[in-house]
Design a protein around this ligand. Sequence first.
Ligand code: PAF
Length: 281
Amino acid sequence: MQTITSVSEMQSLAERLRIQGQRIGLVPTMGALHEGHLSLVKLAKEKSDVVVVTIFVNPTQFGPSEDFTKYPRVLEADLAACEAAGVDYVFAPEVEEIYPKGYSTFVIEEHIAKPLEGASRPAHFRGVTTVVAKLFNIARPHVAIFGQKDAQQVAVITKMAADLNFDVEIVVAPTLREPDGLAMSSRNRYLTNTQRVEALVINRALRKAVEMVASGECRVDRLIAEATHLIGQHRRVRIIYVSVVDRLTMEAIKGEITPGRAVMAIAVWVDEVRLIDNEIL
Ligand code: PAF
């Protein structure tokens, strides 16, 4: 496995690989890798000849009061995990390499990015689409893998890739969960044991919605009311949103859902830790 930190080196490598006819699979990450990330790597290996993992804590997707400075940075451990998972190249640039002094160009998806995370983290998706567009231009992947855990990110990036004619296949990997149901996330490292137990209600609320739909209850207000009620029983957990949206457009669904098309998306604070999760209904 080789670690690359320079944009020009990564671009030359991608060019060489493409000339050799190799299919490049990209797994963009912000590091602090867990089993969920490694499942994306596994999928990338199935879908490509050469796997590139990017590790870059992207400053432009964090708001001023968010956790950019305290976001876990454990490069040595991440490189060891990538090596063990059979990654071919890690691209791990410094911030100045991606955003040199005077950087002033951003990519904005103007519709899907607006609700949910977009409403509570206004500059978030502008940062995500900008860095992902840059990573696509730098690593020139044929296929890029993203996790369903970030359902809105998947929808926004899929739209951006289509709108800007990126010649890359976007593949979505299912959410990996801890045995107790908590969705794997780098931010789980922030949780104390007590907070972690409280956080389990997110998955319970989502599972309840899935069960309700399976037993024929498709009314959005009933699904949201039940999830909100379950979460409301936990003093440390404050709801940011509980929404049922179209899985492609992220538009709120009114009335009844069509099973398979909808996502219940939840964001909460568990004390000062912000967590998101979702299930396809
Ligand atoms: O999902 C993430 O970790 C990030 O949003 C991404 C896609 C790597 C962009 O920084």
